[in-house]
Design a protein around this ligand. Structure first.
Ligand SMILES: Nc1ncnc2c1ncn2[C@@H]1O[C@H](COP(=O)(O)OP(=O)(O)OP(=O)(O)O)[C@@H](O)[C@H]1O
Ligand SMILES: [Mg+2]
Length: 311
């Protein structure tokens, strides 16, 4: 018999969130959820309000209006235990320049020890963590002398040292070299799969968003203008596809709204044989650009909800 199964409460629940700096409305009524175990990417142009949103969720910034629940608690009233469940990597780096890498991690980690539970050892062992973020050989170096990317790796280590249930990452991979980036992607997958960590991150790297996110939110003109998986978002944008082919040694490119009809015609037409046929559907970048321009340039329409994504 079917029971009335209730969805568990989302880990993050935001309704009508507004933020005004002086006389400027940055957030004009945000609505979104992040469910347990999800990896969600928040995209949006510079100044859209991504860091503002994340800082409100972390309890660092007081909102102007709206309802916010993070792990069931209003972040403006989170206590120490609540705080211990949240890991964060801020966009701008707080200075601990005189500390040595290992010293700082051990110091910050010690704070979580009293929240340790059977089966959930907290903090993560310092040396294990140093190896995870690729800083083992820097353990006794002063933080002030780390390179930009190394400092960012340390930020990530600080974010996860307490084995948080919920992790906020504000542009975590800014300054990462390609290998550090790939290691970081593996780490996010591992945290999500093995530790069931719920993750909300921002990035300007759309390939990264696509690789990491179960769901993508696009913030533009003060609202969430799109919410769905990368595939769902790509399907939303009036689907212009790009078709490329070679015929008689010459390369051709054609852009069309109806790739099937165009291909039928192309392949059915007499002439030399066609080689290297390629059909490329709208990418996440195309979708992102279309969404942002549609909402930032025009009047403010309501949010575009992607079909098949529950509220
Ligand atoms: N304390 C503040 N006082 C006044 N304006 C602020 C303050 N903090 C942020 N802003 C403004 O609010 C807007 C949103 O800033 P926010 O840092 O949230 O953007 P963002 O989406 O994180 O951008 P980026 O991609 O550049 O990191 C910006 O126009 C910024 O100048
Ligand atoms: Mg920001």
């Amino acid at each position: 018999m079917l029971e009335n199964v209730e969805e568990p409460d989302p880990v993050v629940r935001v309704r009508g969130l507004r933020m005004r700096y002086g006389s400027t409305d940055v957030l004009r009524g945000l609505d979104f959820d992040v469910r347990a175990g999800e990896v969600v990417t928040l995209l949006g142009p510079n100044g859209a309000g991504k860091s503002t949103t994340i800082e409100i969720l972390e309890g660092f910034r007081e909102r102007s209006a709206g309802e916010v629940r993070v792990l069931g608690v209003d972040p403006a009233r989170g206590d120490e235990r609540w705080r211990s469940e949240i890991g964060m990597v801020l966009q701008s780096w707080r200075d601990h320049g005189k500390w040595k890498v290992r010293e700082l991690l051990a110091h910050l980690g010690a704070h979580y020890a009293r929240f340790s539970e059977p089966g959930r050892r907290r903090p993560i062992d310092t040396d294990e963590l140093l190896a995870t973020v690729g800083l083992a050989d820097r353990r006794d170096q002063r933080i002030a002398s780390l390179s930009g990317g190394q400092r960012r790796r340390l930020d990530v280590a600080i974010g996860i040292v307490g084995r948080p249930r919920l992790l906020f990452l504000d542009e975590p991979t800014a300054g990462f070299d390609p290998e550090a980036r790939r290691d970081f992607h593996d780490l996010v997958h591992r945290l999500a799969d093995d530790e069931a960590t719920t993750i909300l991150l921002t990035t300007h790297d759309l390939a990264e968003a696509e690789r990491l996110a179960d769901r993508i939110l696009i913030l533009a003109a003060g609202r969430i203008v799109a919410d769905g998986s990368a595939d769902q978002l790509a399907r939303r944008v009036a689907g212009r596809s790009e078709i490329r082919w070679t015929r008689g040694g010459e390369r051709f490119v054609h852009s069309t709204d109806d790739s099937v009809a165009f291909l039928r015609e192309l392949l059915g037409a007499p002439g030399e044989e066609i080689h290297e046929l390629e059909v490329r559907r709208a990418s996440l970048e195309d979708t992102y650009m279309a969404m942002v321009h549609q909402h930032e340039d025009g009047p403010l329409p309501g949010r575009t909800r992607v079909e098949g994504v529950p509220a």
